[in-house]
Write a protein that binds this ligand. Structure first.
Ligand code: PMT
Length: 405
């Protein structure tokens, strides 16, 4: 953990949900890392934890009401909004997210969020069906588009007995994310060598034809830009795409999976992020001349391509921190977990492609990611790929530093 929170003024919002009890630990951790903490609770939050507890731990009076004569005389809600360097709402209930997405100011916490220019971080916590409901999905996407950072939720067993996404991230994870987010850009991966694959590969069949896929390279290029923003030395190994090279990024253009493998193994970096949609097979024979039209049908023999990511993750010497992507059309969680374990990765970002991508995945401006690591998971809701890549890189940087402590 760096000292990014030292002296920072964190306004902790607590909304109504069973995870509100974890706010007590969060306040302790925040203060322990040198932050000044003021707590604002919604009415529903007070059904789960008392203001007295959070007051004792934060060392500051807890604010609950918008129209509170005592506080409005001393520190009005506008002053409180101005005071904050960052606002973290944990837990953020479905109702609170809906009110924020609608721009409402019907209690102190939503009013503060509207009145403050401080970055806003939400730690959603709710029943899995509520999190999956199209209304909440929409609200999360709207908030993300406005620059609100959604931290989680995690997957797992829920207080109501359900299993699925909707658990609040643990206070330690929230602390690490907030510290990462408040670390001035350009420092958290300062000087770290990051190699990223992007785009499709083309597997030649003859001088004019190839096998490929719909990857545009946008997700990978966005990751390269986000890593460069964090100060990394980025090497982008790009398949054939027509995108400009992000500022400060070294680009190596390749065509086939074999060329991509060679370029990656030449310098896999300290962090390797495999966003490329590498063709799993290539034609067994590449015609020297254009294959002529003839019979009504023809058979192609294909050979398995090397799995670049699996090979890098198995390196005995200089193995980087390995992040894979998974493009799935069904059973996303099971397939993603199988790839994480099968390829022995440190992290995996899975996304839907095909009919279930709903405008995300291949060749689109937006995407949504499900992140997995050995003992955790997190959803990054739909957002422009540029924003999503920033969120992803913040998590990669946090986990990379954690594993290299
Ligand atoms: O490029 P865009 O249009 O922006 O689209 C983004 C994307 C959908 C391509 C991207 O988000 C994505 O999902 N990339 C991974 C696509 C993929 O090939 O997934 P996979 O499940 O088949 O492969 C799993 C992982 O192994 C990937 O990290 C892949 O890069 C890697 N791999 C796969 C095969 C192979 N031979 N070598 C590899 O390194």
């Amino acid at each position: 953990m760096n000292d990014a929170l030292k002296g920072k003024r964190v306004l902790l919002g607590v909304s109504g949900g069973i995870a509100a009890y974890k706010a007590a630990v969060l306040v302790r951790l925040l203060r322990g890392s040198g932050a000044e903490v003021q707590v604002v609770m919604t009415r529903a939050a007070r059904e789960f934890i008392t203001p007295m507890t959070l007051q004792a731990l934060s060392g500051n009076p807890v604010r609950c009401e918008l129209f509170d004569e005592a506080h409005e005389a001393a520190m009005g809600h506008i002053e409180l909004a101005r005071w904050a360097d960052a606002i973290l709402i944990a837990p953020a209930s479905a109702d609170l997210m809906a009110r924020l997405a609608a721009g409402m100011a019907d209690d102190l916490l939503t009013t503060l969020c509207l009145a403050s220019e401080a970055p806003l971080y939400l730690a959603p916590a709710m029943n899995q069906a509520m999190w999956r409901h199209p209304a909440t999905v929409d609200n999360a996407a709207r908030l993300a588009r406005r620059g609100v950072t959604l931290c989680g939720p995690a997957e797992g067993e829920q207080a109501c007995g359900d299993q699925g996404p909707g658990r609040m991230l643990e206070p330690e994870q929230l602390l690490a994310l907030l510290a990462e987010a408040l670390t001035p850009r350009g420092r958290s991966l300062d000087g770290v060598a990051v190699t990223i694959t992007a785009g499709p590969t083309r597997e030649g069949l003859d001088p004019v034809r190839f096998i490929s896929n719909h990857s545009s390279g946008r997700m990978g290029f966005a990751c390269a830009a986000a890593a460069a923003e964090l100060g990394a030395r980025v090497r982008l190994v790009a398949g054939p795409v027509s995108l400009p090279t992000p500022a400060g990024v070294e680009r190596v253009d390749v065509e086939s999976a074999e060329q991509m493998r060679e370029a990656v193994l030449a310098s896999p970096g300290a962090i390797f992020i495999a966003t490329a949609a590498v063709a799993d097979y290539r034609p067994a024979a590449v015609g020297a001349e254009k294959i002529k039209k003839g019979a009504d049908s023809m058979r192609l023999e294909l050979l398995r391509n090397p799995d670049i990511l699996a090979e890098v993750a198995a390196l005995e010497l200089g193995r980087p921190f390995c992040v894979g992507f998974a493009a799935e059309t069904e059973n996303l969680v099971a397939h993603a977990r199988a790839k994480l374990e099968g390829k022995r990765l440190d992290m995996l970002a899975a996304n839907w492609v095909g009919a279930r991508a709903e405008g995300g995945g291949f060749d689109s401006e937006e995407n949504a990611l499900e992140l997995f690591w050995a003992d955790g998971a997190e959803s990054l809701p739909r957002a422009p790929k540029t924003e999503l890549a920033r969120e992803l890189l913040a998590r990669i940087a946090a986990r990379y530093h954690e594993t290299n402590k």
